[in-house]
Ligand binder design. Sequence first.
Ligand SMILES: *Cc1c(COP(=O)(O)O)cnc(C)c1O
Length: 352
Amino acid sequence: MTHPTPDSASATARYVGSDNQSGISPEVWAAMAEANAGHAPAYGADAWTQAAADGVRRLFDTDCEVFFVFNGTAANSLALASLCQSYHSVICAASAHVETDECGAPEFFSNGSKLLTAPSEEGKLLPETIRALATSRTDIHFPKARVVTITQATETGRVYTPGEIAAIADTCRGSGLRLHMDGARFANACAGLGCHPGDITWRAGVDVLCFGGTKNGMAVGEAVIFFDRRLAEDFDYRCKQAGQLASKMRYLAAPWIGSLRDDAWLARAGHANACAARLARQIADVPGMRLLHPVDANAVFLDMSDSAAARLRALGWQFYAFIGGGVRLMFTWDTAFATVDALAADLRRAAA
Ligand SMILES: *Cc1c(COP(=O)(O)O)cnc(C)c1O
């Protein structure tokens, strides 16, 4: 089965700022419509929620515990909180979403567990960095390191290989640390690596994964997946207390059924990645523009002058710029190849 993307005349054609600017994919929309048939039990006791969780277990090929929450900030914060006591700490990259873009939610929901930020290459933590941070202080005056969180794909569009994750997990096990994965773009990572989702999670030693649905074509929804089921104890209470237990849960769950069917989630992510690769190829020789990071997933980061960025905006493109001249161009399940080609042409124009 193919998953055709809408044509380039769609109203979203000039948005390359974020995968969150995209709409809902047809298979997700259809699954929600199917779930919208009369009455069903509330708070996750319905058949849709059961089927979606079973679908996730089948996908990962393991008997994991699955919860559906509204967004990524909640998924990450509650997952981390479930792994920590308030006097613990969480090791993350300095550029990690949990540190830079969640308004202190991980600290809030864990009642004060401290994030310990580490320098990283393009958002990827290294085992030696983790080991150094975890052992830098072991006295009573410093919060005890308990968790490592890694982002797959990273905030700069890089992907950890199965071997890199296994090496991190080894370090974690050696230091008494749990391993959490922020997978807001987990689908893009799987598509980029061409590996089984289990190979970069439980088989590599990840304890908890936050699997992003929103950026992959859902209206809302992330799955929190505990590969070690014991860690999920009372997680339903934690969700409820945090306002993350959907009363009409079937509408958070049904999208996963639509997305997992025929591996649409993977095809959608693969398309977004292909758009990024296509753009990177087309602009490789544009003078004054330089790729800031290799393209592993669905983002292209370009170094360009402020005036070139301003010209690109004047041509109607919506995107994010970062301090120091870098811009991020993000592609999604519904980006048309024609949009990518038009963007490449306008980048060339903006550079001239
Ligand atoms: C988008 C994103 C999230 C989730 O953000 P919400 O706005 O809370 O849904 C989490 N982590 C990363 C790396 C992201 O890019």
